[in-house]
Design a protein around this ligand. Sequence first.
Ligand SMILES: [Zn+2]
Length: 109
Amino acid sequence: MNEVMYKDVKAKRVVLTATTIDIEWSDGQSSQYQARDMRLNCGCAECVEEWSQRRILDPASVPMDIKAEDYILVGNYAIQFLWSDAHYTGIYPFDVIRKLFPGKEKAGS
Ligand SMILES: [Zn+2]
């Protein structure tokens, strides 16, 4: 087994730009996400059918220039983005987005 657990990892710093979302994690790693990739991975009930986990979001319905306009930290485990297409319902648990787009060691290496 080589599965890394991110259960205790929290977002320390979140920076939103026009096209990306940069997150610095509490374990010293950082990740850069394309805003649109993040939006396409939304796991809310409007984007993923709950009982089957089937993705029902049509990527064509998401603007190419989508951006995260703001974010809210949810509890101490997740982040919620306010998207420029007025989609606010997605909650992204930290461990889920770390697994989706693994972080990179910062500096050096
Ligand atoms: Zn959604």
